[in-house]
Design a protein around this ligand. Sequence first.
Ligand code: SF4
Length: 65
Amino acid sequence: MKLTVDRKACTGAGNCVRLAPDWFDQDDDEGLVVLLGDAPPDGLRPLMKDVVDACPTGAIRVESS
Ligand code: SF4
């Protein structure tokens, strides 16, 4: 999988960080999402789907690689 985020769309709600703290963080200045990795293994597909669904602004995308 290929994970991308749109920091312009992020509002810092933090749902992604709460659900998947190994993959998402928030910067200290604005609280906007920071990716900690961009290639989650296929076994994490259900978790990544939950993260995408939980983001209120559609800022997170997961594509099959
Ligand atoms: S859940 Fe969406 S809006 Fe909230 S911090 Fe993560 S990317 Fe940003």
